[in-house]
Write a protein that binds this ligand. Sequence first.
Ligand code: NAD
Length: 424
Amino acid sequence: MTADRPQVRTIYDNVEAQFDKAADLMRLDPSIRKILATTTNEIVVHFPVKMDDGRVEMFTGYRVQHNNVLGPFKGGLRYHPAVDIDEVRALATWMTWKSAIADIPFGGAKGGIQCDPSKYSRSELERLTRRFAFALGSNIGPEYDIPAPDVNTNAQTMAWILDTYLSMMSPQERNRCVHVVTGKPVEAGGSLGRDKATGQGVVYCIEQWAKDRRFDLSKATYFVQGFGNVGSWTAKLLKPLGATLVAAEDHTGAIANAAGIDPEALSTHVAARGGVAGFPGAKAVDHKTFMATQADIFVPAALESQITKGTAPLLNVRLVAEGANGPTDLDGDRILTEKKIDLVPDVLCNSGGVIVSYFEWLQNKRSESWDLEEVDAKLERRILGGYERVKAAASEFDTDWRTAAYVVALRRLHTVYTRRGIFP
Ligand code: NAD
């Protein structure tokens, strides 16, 4: 699609192959196909940040805006050493499909800074974030491109971006622009339920899958990769349904206990110790043993390309519910299908975050504040609407759920382009 991509298989190649499979199957109009196969804007900024010891370090930040035909560009910001233009392109493109499947008026974008945030103090992270927001300038905006949290960023990061963005505006404009970011702290214009929204959406999908399969969740076992925002909330919200967490993994290692791990106690441990390693209620296991955990459900909620040719054969589950973006590569998908493991794909399964971001954006625009019950009920209705559309497309095209999810997204985008036409 874009000329400067390397020849090796990258995450964006995965997106391209997933897209091509669905576009071929549904015979997507070649003109629309060309448009959607290309990102709209790719912004790369280099900027200096003063460190606590007085040194200056240069950083590289990215914002890729894939498509905005359905509404403003929308997507998270990630701070991680692996952030590069290819990864951000892939994540931006997935955001376009996600909003289209959830039927919300947003396009797709993503961004981030290539850095290891664990190396920096809180005040260094604040300056890094503010300087990045300043460098992005008018490339973001409440009706144009709206960032949100992702890996290693959170409500605090959003509050710093909000404050920096508003500081660059005239005082008369400021209160009209609070929706420039979502995932803010509730006290600074955030929505109730946004912190748990992605995990809550994953759990709504798992509950619907269990109903469809007449599977009793109260006897289910599950394991989770990544115990950050998405992984920990998914684990905590599955607990009241009676399901048992039997293993968890993050960047510090993997732990397992077939008799059960308490997600609340594990969250407390992670908050205090920085990771799951050393949790007293479980034994340490290696990565292979973790991936081979005998359980009903696996929730990848960390990084991309975790279910691959090497690891998919190890999986011993009935369902993979993708909390992370892009956790399964092309070989992984093929092997899951061969093993008849059900899949709720990322662009559907983790859309709870962008759905409640949309609710936050609406509340800010209307100066409203919805209670948690209202947010949860609206989230459930909307994500399960997407679930039913994907299920119907899988049956109509006799295809896997990932391809079906793409078909749902591409159909919606195709309709809009057909109605609006191409300028001039
Ligand atoms: P987070 O920073 O809160 O947590 C990330 C987790 O991944 C941490 O527990 C970290 O230890 C773990 N991790 C990092 N490297 C790992 C490794 N090599 N092996 C195992 N674990 C590793 O991030 P998050 O917001 O929970 O995001 C997790 C995934 O969910 C990402 O793919 C993100 O794009 C996706 N997602 C997040 C949201 C959201 O609202 N935050 C919404 C949709 C999708």
